[in-house]
Each structure stands twice: as structure tokens, then as C-alpha cells.
Write a protein that binds this ligand. Structure first.
Ligand code: FES
Length: 512
């Protein structure tokens, strides 16, 4: 019998939802953290330990945005990051990176044990593998760079995967966990320790001063000596970081497998448009196999088809797999492959940002929390400069920066010229969407399963690119910087902060 597949993240489905209140009155605190994902919640916890009053302002629900849809590997081995950093910035930078990431992993293990949070943290090795012989030299280089950076890395040709590999980097002392179990536990411990968490509290403005003042959608204001912007894509982007961030969406398929078939580690390969594998506890005699891959630029994927490709890869290699869940994750890479963690802009005084985790949000989110805590307390960590967002490496970044900008310009102009794949609203079938001109306006129109058409402006409220329909997740996505909107236009993911404007459809419709 085929199992029913839930279009939801396992982390969300296996934990209770939260119900912290919205902020309804003005408050003054030492630190205001904007965003309740892994970075925001960990930063709030760390700063509360220093005796500061801390408030967390989350636009929706905590640990339910990007953090609720991660694969939740706690690994310092990020595909082939050590050879990249070594060749771009030298062995010292690679060592700092390794230390900061491993430190974050140990910190989670230590905090979970101290607070008694049952987050299913499991220690295991991490692997980067290749199946093709022409990737073996890359693996050799990565082993050498990771070892030089201080990790317990070795080259292996045998792994726990049910297929052969040409070679793999194996790094000991890594981990995997249940991110929401950890963060909901941390949130509970934080509120017992003078952190105030407010949900459904969208921050709409930041007035930098002494103190800084944040305005929320409800009108309530927060005065704070320090502000941390931890909203994944920074909602206040005063250093124009969006020009140096490249959004990527990846699909996740989770399937139950017999526990005896657990590959015993976390795995990733850059081959086949990326395949990442880990497992999690899933009842008696079972494990949940979590496979991530088929990366695409938001708004640019035939997502239903890509889910089929990933599912078939999973069941082809794990024949006993019963697919239970499918969901998608989004993250931003930076033009030099290092996250931006530190001052929000060149002149910022006690306003900080953390973003650009390149798909490694768990170790980077915790690393960022510890780094920012050090900046606030004056106890700087040794790797602080490595992640400073004010850095610019013209030679390393020129190529990716120009490529990202060219892509944006191409979408900004090209998507305006593109003709719709339907002639009129009447041609849009239930459950699908299309961008087309209606009464002279460029509209994004979705027809629901009941046959009702919903029209919103197709112009992204961030910088005006044209959105495209994600057919599997039923959302409008912007290919320029990754904003996402519901079919009714509400913001699902920034950098956009304003919804797509709703449009009325005339009784008779057609394209122009
Ligand atoms: Fe920047 Fe849409 S996300 S224009």
C-alpha cells in the first residue's frame, strides 16, 4: 500500500505549534532581535545569559520559517568549502571557518544537555562524496584542506550509502538533530530567563539612533540599545546586501526506511544537482530518510517535475523507502561563499545582521548567535572579521557579483517581454497559475481547485521584477532576489515586505 505524502516539513508536523502573543504596547529593552528563527532565538538566549533584557519580534511563528524547513544537519563539512576558502583566502581563514562551525556544533550539544532539551541530537560522521572518477581530485583537495583546517577528515571509498562512490571526504564528530525540538525548548528556557517573545509582530521600520526605535505593524514601538536583524533575508538592507546574495530553493523528500538501512551519517554531493542525505528517528524499527536536492532559482523551477526526479532518485537507491513528506527549503549564498554576520552597514552602531548561510543554516545560525553575542558584549570571537558583512573581496567576488546582477537585469527586462503560456484567464486550469495582461495590467492569476480565479499584481514589491508560479507549492516567486508570495499576494519570504496588490478581474477577460 502506498503511504500518503504530506506536503509539509517533518519538523513542523512532528511538533506543536506555538502561540506567543503579539506585541501590543511600547517597550524599552537592551536588545531587540528581529526574527525568530535559529539565529534570532539562539542570539536571544545567549544575550539573556549576560543579564540583558531581550525581546524577540517574529512576523509569523517562531522556528517556522526557513528554520522549520531545513534538513537540520549540524555539520562543519559544507560540501567543498575548505578548498574554496583556502584557495580564496588562505589556510588561516579555512581554519577559522572550521573552528567557528565545530564550535557551534559543540555548543548545541552542550546547551541541549545542560537544559535537558530532547532534540534527538545524534553524533555521526559527515561525508562529501562523488560517484564519478573525475571528482576524485576535488575530494582529495577537500580532505587536505579540511585536515589543514583542523577537522578530523579522511579520504574513504566505502560509506554507509547503498550505492558505490568513487571517493568521499569523511569528517568525524558531526551531528544531526530535530531543529524545532531544540529551538522550542530553547525558547521555553529563554522566556523563563527574562526573554520576551512576540509572534505575529511584523517590524516595519527601524530608526537608528540612541536608542534605536523599531516600529511594528500594530503601531507598538520598541526602543533598544542594540538591534539584531535575523530575518534570513535582512528586512532592513541598508548595505544593499541583496546585490551580493544569491537565493536558491531546494526540494526535500522524506521517506521511512527500515532502521537497518540507515546509512549512518550525513551525506552530500554536488553531483546530480546536489543530493543531501540524513536520517531521523521515526518510530519502532524505522528511520526517516531525508533527501534534499534539485536546487533552482525561486520562480524558475518546474517544481512538480523536480519533486518527481528527487522522489525517483530516493526510491531508486533506497527501494524500501516509503515517501511520507515533501517540502522545500530556501537559502541565500554570498558572492564569496562566507556568511555575512556583523554590523548591518558601514556606519552601524549596535545594529547587526546575519544572513547568507549557503544552505548550512544550522551551524551557521548558531555560529552567528555566538559571534553577535561577542560583538555586543565586547568579547570578540577570533573569527569575527572573517564573517564581517562590510568586507568586499573584489577579485574573488567580481565574477559571482556580475553574474548575479546580469541575471537580475535579464529577469527585470526579459520577463516583461515574455508572452504568457495562456491566452486568457479562462485558460488557467484549477490548481495552476499564470502571469498575463488583464485589462492592461500585468497580473499573476491563480485559479483555485473550486474554479475561482485570484488575481494579484505580477510586479514584485521589492524592486519590480516579474513573479512566476511555483506549481508544486502554489506560490508566486520572484527570480531576482527570491521573494515569495502566497496566491493571495501575502509575503511568505523576503526581501519584499509588502504584499502583491490584489486586482479585480473583469467579467470578460483576455490577454493584451
Ligand atoms: Fe527583488 Fe523581487 S525579490 S525584485
Amino acid at each position: 500500500m502506498t503511504a500518503q505524502v504530506r506536503a509539509e516539513s517533518f519538523w513542523m508536523d512532528s511538533t506543536e505549534s506555538t502561540a506567543y502573543p503579539p506585541l501590543e504596547r511600547d517597550v524599552t529593552v537592551d536588545v531587540a532581535v528581529v526574527g525568530g528563527g535559529i539565529t534570532g532565538l539562539c542570539t536571544a538566549w545567549e544575550l539573556a545569559q549576560t543579564g540583558r533584557s531581550v525581546i524577540v519580534l517574529e512576523a509569523d511563528r517562531i522556528a517556522a520559517g526557513v528554520t522549520g524547513y531545513t534538513t537540520a544537519k549540524l555539520s562543519a563539512l559544507h560540501t567543498q568549502i575548505y578548498s574554496q576558502i583556502t584557495s580564496s583566502f588562505g589556510a588561516g581563514a579555512a581554519r577559522s571557518y572550521a573552528e567557528s562551525q565545530q564550535n557551534a556544533i559543540e555548543h548545541v550539544a552542550h546547551t541541549a544537555a545542560n537544559l535537558g532539551i530532547d532534540c534527538q541530537l545524534e553524533r555521526c560522521p559527515s561525508f562529501t562524496y562523488v560517484q564519478h572518477e573525475d571528482g576524485v581530485d576535488m575530494i582529495r583537495d577537500e580532505v587536505a584542506a579540511a585536515r589543514a583546517a583542523g577537522l578530523r577528515a579522511s579520504l574513504v571509498t566505502e560509506t554507509g550509502l547503498p550505492f558505490s562512490v568513487a571517493a568521499a571526504v569523511r569528517v568525524e564528530d558531526q551531528a544531526q538533530f530535530h531543529p524545532r525540538r531544540y529551538l522550542l525548548g530553547l525558547a521555553e528556557a529563554s522566556t523563563a530567563n527574562s526573554v520576551a517573545i512576540y509572534e505575529r509582530t511584523r517590524v516595519t521600520d527601524l530608526d537608528e539612533g540612541a536608542p534605536h526605535e523599531l516600529t511594528t505593524e500594530s503601531g507598538a514601538r520598541v526602543r533598544a540599545g542594540t538591534v539584531v536583524v535575523a530575518t534570513h533575508y535582512p528586512v532592513f538592507d541598508r548595505a544593499l546586501l541583496f546585490t551580493r546574495l544569491i537565493p536558491t530553493r531546494a526540494l526535500v523528500v522524506a521517506a521511512s526506511i527500515p532502521a537497518a538501512q540507515d546509512p549512518g551519517g550525513t551525506y552530500i554531493t554536488a553531483e546530480d544537482n546536489t543530493r543531501s542525505v540524513r536520517t531521523a528517528p521515526y518510530g519502532d524499527g524505522q528511520r526517516l530518510l531525508i533527501v534534499t536536492g534539485e536546487q533552482f532559482t525561486p520562480g524558475q523551477g518546474e517544481v512538480r517535475r523536480l519533486f518527481e526526479v528527487l522522489t525517483s532518485w530516493t526510491t531508486g537507491r533506497f527501494p524500501d523507502a516509503q515517501v511520507r513528506y515533501q517540502w522545500a527549503a530556501q537559502d541565500n549564498s554570498t558572492t564569496d561563499n562566507l556568511p555575512y554576520v556583523g554590523p548591518l552597514h558601514a556606519g552601524a552602531d549596535n545594529v547587526y545582521v546575519a544572513t547568507g548561510y549557503g544552505g548550512w543554516g544550522m551551524s551557521n545560525g548558531v555560529m552567528a548567535a555566538l559571534l553577535l553575542t561577542g560583538l555586543v558584549t565586547g568579547d570578540r570571537l577570533p573569527w569575527t572579521d572573517l564573517y564581517d558583512p562590510r568586507r568586499l573581496h573584489p577579485i574573488t567576488e567580481a565574477g559571482p557579483l556580475l553574474e548575479a546582477q546580469a541575471k537580475t537585469v535579464k529577469h527585470f527586462i526579459g520577463d516583461r517581454l515574455r508572452t504568457s503560456h495562456v491566452d486568457s484567464v479562462d485558460d488557467i486550469t484549477p490548481g495552476t497559475g499564470a502571469v498575463l495582461r488583464v485589462a492592461g495590467q500585468r497580473c499573476a492569476v491563480y485559479r483555485d481547485e473550486g474554479g475561482v480565479a485570484h488575481a494579484v499584481s505580477a510586479t514584485c514589491t521589492h524592486l519590480g521584477c516579474i513573479v512566476a508560479f511555483n506549481d508544486a507549492e502554489r506560490a508566486w516567486e520572484c527570480p531576482c532576489h527570491g521573494s515569495r508570495f502566497s496566491v493571495d499576494g501575502a509575503v511568505l519570504h523576503g526581501p519584499a515586505t509588502e504584499p502583491l496588490e490584489a486586482h479585480d478581474l473583469p467579467t470578460r477577460t483576455g490577454s493584451a
